[in-house]
Structures are given as C-alpha cells and as structure tokens.
Write a protein that binds this ligand. Structure first.
Ligand SMILES: N[C@@H](CCC(=O)N[C@@H](CS)C(=O)NCC(=O)O)C(=O)O
Length: 386
C-alpha cells in the first residue's frame, strides 16, 4: 500500500514539477540606473502553485522504496567538484569580495557550508555575483546550483519563480535608513522619496506600508546599493529602505561614518532569508537543507569548529549518528545522498551557526534575537538526524 501511494505521489509530483519549470521570470521590473519611479503596487506577484517534487523514499517503520527524486543536481555538483553559489560581492556582513579574491560574509559561509557537506571541501565554491533582479533566472537556467543571497522566501517566489526555499538561516524584517536628525519615525515621511533595490521584496513592502499608513511616497528603484548610495549622497532619496540586516551593514560602512545616518525604529515586514534551489529536484533540495540543519544542530549539541574532534569519541548515540561515527561497524546513512560525515565536515571546515553569526553579523551590532536556537527562545530548530 505504502509503495503504491509513494509511487503515485512521485508521478504527480513529476507532472507538477515539469509544469512549474516552464516559466521563469525575473523578480521585479528591470532596473534603471537612474532610478525607476513608482508610487504604489508590488511586483512580487504571481500565484500559481508548484510542487517541489516527490515523496520520501524511506519510511521510519520499515521497507525502503527505491525512488529517484528529481533532476540529479547532487550527482552533477559532485561530478563537477564545485558548487555554483549565487551570491553578492558587496553586501557588508553577508557577502563581500576581498582584494585577494575571497568572499567573506554570512552568505558566503553558507555557500561553504553546502560545499563542505556535498563535496567535503568548503572552498570548492564558485561564488557567482548576482544582481537582485537576476537571481531567479540564474537559478532557473542553471547558472547557479543554489542561491544564498539575502533572499526572502515568499509565496510568489515559491510559486511563480519556480524556487524551492529551504531552512531560513536569518529571520529579518524591512527597515528604513535616513539622514541623522531628518525623521524620527516612518509616520513623519509623508511625501518623501524612498530609494530601494530593484527586483526586491523591498519595493512592494514600501508601497504597502505607506498605503497602510495612509501616506504617499515616491519609490525610486536602483540596480544595486552602490547606485542607491550615490543617489542618497546626492540628496535624491529621503530614505533608503532594505532588509534591516543589510541596513546595519550599510550604516556601519557609511562614507561619512555610521552616525551620519539612523535606522528608524519600525520594522515593517517579515523577511525570512535563506537558501533557495530550483523546483523539481527534491534530492538536491534535501541535501542543501540538511547542510544548513547541521550548523543549527551543531550549535545545539555545543559542537564547534575547535572542539568537534573531541566529540568523535562521544558516547551520546545522537552525536555519534550526527557526526557519522561508526556504531556497530556502520555509520548512519539516512539516504540523503550526502557523505555520512557531512556534518563533521561542515563544522570542522566552517563552524556551527553561532560561530558563523558571530564571525559576520555580530560585528555589525546584530544580536541573535529570533535567530537564536529554539531552546534559547528563538526560531532555529533542526529536525532529528536519525
Ligand atoms: N531580501 C530582499 C532584498 C534583497 C536584496 O537584494 N537587497 C539589496 C539591497 S540591500 C541587495 O542585496 N543589494 C546588494 C548590492 O547591491 O550589492 C529580497 O529578497 O528581495
């Protein structure tokens, strides 16, 4: 019975997934370097449902059902020996290209987490710089294997953009940066000009929020932050709206110093940021997701980059399974297609979630808040690895 229903589920999923993969549009209107003006409306639309693929191959209770799930990207990435990770090169705290050619930041490290899990080598990453508006076409066309680029999970992106979002690795919300002393609250900004990056959730959120407040603003959209910075400096923008975490990075690196600008107190949207893959390849999606879970679970176990080796002799069976330690002559292989020591590699080569956060986001003044572990009152929770 189980076998039959699993096969039906797979068949249905393949039909849905192939339908879902036919239309790829970029998220949002084309960017205009001089600033595209709009005063209302969102462009993050679309509604059709897609399904990201088949059902499970094994079930806790018993028999194993051999099913091929999806498009084989896990095998392709392993054969290529390199992960193409869609990211950015100038987003403070998240992904910044250094003079020596390395990428540094929270997103850059999560690209490494995936490479460590899948390839056993955190440095086997091609960090592909993507503008906001190009993210989903790059994912759909296979230019990148995964997107780790401060990208918000929304229904329209799950649906119309053909993306499958995985474990959120940073729960964010939208904010507003203004010149120090110019405004105290969003409610003071009626009639102002707000600058945003094109092809983002930010654009639509500004329109909705000011509509909700019964106020009118002009929204100017730019291709990237450098262009917004220039417009802001030239007094073309009264406010700069973006994810709050991004604004913290922008403020920390502001040309006239952080005190020249203020982030207003209101956070006016939910922006769950996390990795996304193209629809239709469940095995790949699961591999990426368990790589992220490994960072969270490691923090919960108290396993860090520097102490992970001491845990290889732990007598806690949950830790033994998690690190791929042999129990009765075999390591747990849950059938994800990942090496059985993938979590060990992630922790040893990149670190646990707390370490990655401390390395890149704490220096911007960000605290864990809702991004704490569930056991500390936050939202981060990894399912059991067994
Ligand atoms: N999380 C939002 C916004 C993401 C976004 O791309 N933000 C812009 C503005 S902070 C950005 O990353 N710019 C980077 C750059 O220009 O280097 C989304 O997914 O649409």
């Amino acid at each position: 019975m189980r076998k039959t229903s699993a096969l039906w589920a797979l068949l249905m999923a393949l039909v849905l997934a192939s339908a879902a993969c036919t239309s790829a549009t970029s998220d949002g209107e084309a960017a205009d370097n001089s600033g595209t003006t709009a005063d209302a409306g969102t462009d993050d639309g679309g509604d059709d449902a897609t399904d990201d693929g088949g059902d499970d191959a094994t079930d806790d209770g018993g028999e194993t059902v051999e099913l091929t799930q999806g498009g084989g990207l896990l095998a392709s990435v392993q054969a290529a020996g390199e992960l193409k990770c869609g990211t950015r090169d100038a987003l403070a705290g998240f992904a910044v290209l250094q003079g020596d050619g390395t990428h540094v930041g929270f997103d850059s490290d999560f690209c490494r987490v995936i490479a460590a899990a899948v390839l056993g080598d955190a440095e086997a990453v091609d960090h592909v710089d993507l503008e906001t508006a190009d993210r989903f076409t790059a994912l759909q066309s296979g230019v990148v294997d995964v997107l780790v680029r401060n990208t918000t999970w929304t229904a329209s992106r799950d649906g119309s953009e053909g993306a499958t979002f995985l474990q959120t690795n940073f729960y964010d919300g939208q904010g507003m940066l203004v010149n120090a002393g110019s405004y105290a609250n969003l409610g003071d900004m009626d009639g102002s000009v707000i600058c945003v990056a094109a092809g983002t959730t930010t654009e639509g959120n500004v329109a909705s929020e000011f509509e909700r407040l019964g106020m009118g603003v002009e929204v100017l959209s730019f291709e990237d932050n450098d262009l917004i910075q220039e417009a802001f400096t030239n007094d073309r923008c009264d406010g700069w709206s973006a994810d709050s975490s991004a604004l913290s990075g922008i403020r920390a690196n502001f040309p006239d110093g952080p005190d020249a600008v203020t982030i207003l107190p209101e956070v006016f949207s939910k922006e769950p940021l996390g990795p996304a893959v193209a629809d239709g390849d469940t095995q790949w999606a699961q591999a990426v997701e368990w790589a992220i879970f490994a960072t969270i679970q490691a923090e919960e176990f108290g396993i860090t980059q520097s102490n992970v080796d001491s845990f290889l002799t732990s007598d806690n069976p949950n830790i033994q399974k998690f690190l791929g330690v042999e129990i009765d002559g075999a390591s747990l292989d849950p059938g994800l297609g990942l090496p059985t020591d993938f979590a060990y590699q992630v922790i040893k080569q990149v670190g646990n979630y707390a370490e990655i956060f401390e390395r890149h986001l704490a220096p911007l003044g960000l605290s864990r808040g809702v991004n704490a572990l569930w056991s500390d009152g936050g939202l981060l929770y990894a399912p059991p690895y067994r």
